[in-house]
Design a protein. Structure first.
Lengths: 151, 732
């Protein structure tokens, strides 16, 4: 099966029913996308498929056939790197394990809504759990990108 | 560097200094200087914890510290990074004394170093390695200056160092650290020189006290931070274990026919280890991917002897604990003053508070990669206690410690869970049982919750005798599951005090959980003093302050004596910044609390505001004040306080657990809920100014005061007193 990830073609043999999370991590070695819960509850595995945020832990690889995947590894190459910069500026992460998913969810939000209200930000980000409690800074970082009209 | 692991152990030794002072062994250092290690780029660059430490052309001037010819500096961590920020905090201390350019500092993750880098917790990393790392930095700077002085044929005191450059005073001559690294000469009396190298005065600090940016965040936001979960090694297989669902149950038989049919599953092996009661009996599935291992595990059929804990009824256990609290005498572990007869007081007030078992649910589920090789083994793991892993492998698998290699990775959260070494030992047992396969054992989230080492269940009964409106005695009696000890009790100035403990056998294993005993002690003590204040018609802030006399140290036989000025200072600051006593709207209220965390000598206070609508609590604002001595990095402190508050709010509203027939009923984030972004209150952090010369603990200060301040605010808003956590879903 061939997957288009971050504008690169990846070809490998694997069970097409395997969730994308494990294809990315164990088969293709793209370990930036994290396993947190396996049931779409925590958001650590969030990637974009054709620009929409999906939980890769509960999405079979077959679903991605012919579609465009974006993961944390490719974010720097897009204009949404401003989010990574804001994450650094606001010193958001602590342990960092959930942050790939947080950044991908934030990216998905700004792709569809470049000027979200605080309520819209909260609504878009509530699917992503952070156990270190970096939420106040995630909110600040996204708000700063919105405020500076950076995307 | 052939045999560098052995050298690493030899080149360090402990002195009698408090907190494990340390000397850098410079015969090793000389070997580093002489021997430039050239290594190829790693095959899997994303998961190396060496962070290119032994890179082409690099020169180490100690194993802690490497300065390269391009001026890049690598700091080898002496503590374990799990999100608490030690990589940034500890390297700032070295960089300060080294007079390094902060932008050139890079991190190499901790390797277990005997007696030094093996254990991380108790909010003690910065305070216990403060002196050691300052000396390491200062000593390295001295060597660099001496190398420059030799180059210019002048005395060393004609040179000065700043921002990675040595200058010859009164001239324009300068040499960068990178140019000097290979010219360093180690003095023969290096041990003495190390101890005698002068340290900077606090007034001269340039980096300490500043909001230096994290050294790990750039890797995190690009997905490159090297968690052990991301380890990928040639030939590595993936493993999942079906464990006995009840603590101490036994495997009778299993059936793996269906499991081995799952594509990718290669092997199924039983794991039983009679020598330990914390590794559960189980069946391991070895596969070509984590997914295949999980699928194979689901297809297994097992028959267990569930044992006596299967008979446990959670509610009965709690009721029995309450019964013991009233009936058992317990063991007196603290006594100040004398026993007071009830007849000598006007009134006796007694209240009991319950703090539940609590799950960790770190974002990175437990995992370890293990390779059993007969008489030696290697492991890749995130751990707060590498020494415990090594000791357990030696004890249970018979591999001598010197043949065990542990590669320590940073983790996606620790919060005390990664003190437990079960998951690591278990991974090695699986590797052994599979015939020596290199395996990555990954807990599913369900495993991580079900086989968690929980915060112990605790009951605290506080009893006070009042005479003329003053507490004459204060007794605390405590029932605790599988744990003992008191942490920070009793800091209020009461003439007669006692602490009594009853340890009970709970029905599951327990462990350290951020703030440990301070959670239940802080929650109960600060709730009770609030009750007393209201009982006596006193203002809760004023009542507390009236029992915290100035200029008094209280020693309750813990790591540090409690400095009441610091405690008062935190309380007064939070009262001022949080606007204690301001008019609150109908149905809302303020609550206040203060608590010392004596493992790390940190002092915290909180002021919470809540509103209660339709019997549902909403926390709207929390102010925290912290006194943690000398401040290394204010922003790191704020991060830890914000995180600690949110951690505690999760525990207040969604914490606890539920067992049925000895089996954990929670399984994942839908039924073990934690706070999400839309639920957080406004959080304000205030750091007390002080003139302390040393830094104290930070990471576990916020929790205890958050529980009590929120519950006290609920009382202020509604008149309802919370004596039992959690307040499920915030419903009163």
């Amino acid at each position: 099966m061939t997957l288009n990830i971050n504008n690169q073609q990846y070809a490998a043999e694997f069970d097409s029913e395997m969730p994308l999370l494990w294809v990315l991590r164990d088969i293709l070695g793209l370990t930036g996308t994290k396993y947190g819960c396996g049931i779409g509850q925590c958001g650590a595995c969030t990637i974009l498929i054709d620009g929409k945020p999906i939980r890769s832990c509960s999405t079979p690889a077959s679903f991605a056939s012919g579609k465009r995947l974006q993961t944390i590894e490719g974010l720097e190459e897009t204009k949404y790197r401003v989010l990574q910069e804001a994450w650094i500026k606001e010193q958001v992460p602590q342990c960092g394990y959930c942050q790939s998913g947080q950044l991908m969810s934030a990216t998905a939000l700004l792709m569809t809504n470049a000027n979200p209200s605080e309520a819209e930000i909260l609504d878009a980000m509530r699917g992503n759990i952070c156990r270190c409690g970096t939420y106040p800074r995630i909110l600040k970082a996204i708000a700063s990108v919105v405020k500076e009209n950076a995307v | 560097m052939e045999g560098s692991k052995q050298s690493r152990r030899e080149f360090l030794y402990n002195t009698s200094l408090v907190g494990g002072g340390l000397v850098i062994g410079l015969n090793f250092l000389q070997a580093c200087v002489d021997n430039v290690k050239v290594v190829p780029d790693p095959e899997h660059p994303l998961v190396t914890t060496e962070n290119m430490f032994y890179h082409d052309g690099a020169t180490s001037i100690t194993d802690f510290l490497q300065i390269r010819s391009d001026g890049k500096i690598f700091v080898s961590l002496t503590k374990y990074e799990m999100g608490q920020g030690v990589s940034t905090g500890l390297s700032a201390i070295i960089a300060e004394e080294l007079e390094a350019d902060w932008s050139k500092i890079n991190i190499k993750y901790a390797q277990p170093i005997k007696d030094v880098a093996n254990s991380t917790g108790g909010s003690t990393s910065i305070l216990s390695h403060w002196d050691l790392l300052r000396r390491a930095g200062a000593f390295a700077k001295r060597l660099l200056i001496e190398a420059a002085a030799k180059e210019w044929a002048v005395y060393a005191d004609h040179c000065s160092a700043e921002k990675g450059v040595v200058r010859l005073l009164g001239t324009k001559k300068e040499l960068e650290y990178g140019q000097l690294a290979q010219r360093v000469v180690v003095p023969k009396n290096y041990r003495e020189a190390f101890e005698n190298t002068p340290l900077k005065f606090r007034s001269k600090f340039k980096l300490i006290g500043k909001n230096l940016r994290s050294k790990i965040i750039p890797d995190i936001v690009t997905g490159k931070h090297p968690y052990s979960m991301d380890v990928q090694l040639p030939g590595m297989k993936y493993a999942a274990v079906l464990r006995c669902p009840v603590f101490k149950g036994k495997l009778i038989e299993y059936e793996s026919e269906e499991a081995v049919q799952v594509p990718g599953v290669e092997k199924v092996v039983a794991i039983t280890l009679d020598t330990t009661d914390t590794i559960r009996d189980g069946i391991a599935v070895i596969a070509t991917s984590t997914w295949a291992a999980f699928q194979g595990k689901s297809a297994l059929k097992a028959k267990w002897d569930l044992g006596e804990h299967a008979k446990t009824v959670h509610k009965t256990f709690v009721a029995e604990c309450r019964h013991k609290l009233e009936k058992d005498k317990g063991t007196e572990i603290l006594r100040i003053g004398s026993k007071t007869k009830d007849a000598d007081v006007d009134q006796v007030v007694s209240r009991t508070y319950e703090f539940p078992y609590q799950h960790h649910a770190c974002m990175e589920p437990l995992n370890a990669t293990a390779h059993f090789k007969g008489d030696s083994c290697e492991m890749w793991v995130g751990t707060q206690s590498a020494d415990k892993i090594m000791a357990n492998i030696e004890k249970h698998l018979g591999i001598p410690k010197e043949n065990i290699t542990i590669n320590c990775h940073p983790s996606g959260g620790g919060f005390g869970l990664r003190y437990s070494s079960d998951y690591a030992l278990e991974s090695m047992v699986v590797s052994k049982a599979s015939g020596g396969e290199l395996i990555k054992l990954c807990y599913s989230r369900e495993d991580d919750i079900q086989f968690d080492h929980l915060n112990p269940f605790e009951l605290n009964k506080h009893t006070v005798g009042l005479k003329n409106g003053k507490p004459i005695f204060w007794d605390m009696k405590n029932v605790m599951a599988n744990w003992g000890g008191l942490l920070g009790w009793m800091y209020y100035d009461i003439p007669n005090i006692s602490g009594t403990q009853i340890t009970v056998n709970g029905f599951t294993h327990v462990g350290a959980w951020r703030s440990v005993m301070a959670n239940a002690e802080g929650f109960s003590t600060e709730s009770f003093i609030d009750e007393l204040a209201h009982e006596l018609g006193r203002d809760p802030l004023e009542f507390r302050l009236s029992h915290l006399p100035r200029n008094k140290m209280v020693d309750f036989n813990h790591s540090y004596a409690c400095n009441l000025n610091r405690l008062r200072g935190a309380l007064e600051l939070v009262a001022e910044k949080g606007e204690w006593g301001k008019e609150m709207p109908e149905g809302s209220g303020q609550g206040i609390a203060v608590y010392p965390y004596m493992h790390g000598n940190g002092y915290g206070a909180a002021l919470a505001e809540v509103s209660v609508i339709d019997k549902t609590i909403k926390v709207t604002r929390i102010s925290i004040a912290i006194d943690c001595g000398l401040v290394i990095n204010p922003d790191l402190i704020k991060q830890q306080m914000e995180g600690g508050v949110i951690w505690a709010l999760s525990a207040i509203f969604y914490g606890g657990t539920a067992y049925k027939n000895g089996v954990v009923q929670r399984s994942n984030f839908h039924d073990n809920r934690v706070y999400r972004i839309h639920e957080i209150p406004e959080i304000a952090i205030h750091i007390c100014k002080n003139d302390e010369e040393t830094p104290w603990g930070v990471g576990e200060i916020a929790g205890p005061v958050t529980y009590a301040s929120v519950c006290n605010a609920v009382f202020a808003a509604t008149g309802k007193r919370i004596r039992k956590l959690p307040i499920t879903n915030g419903r009163l």
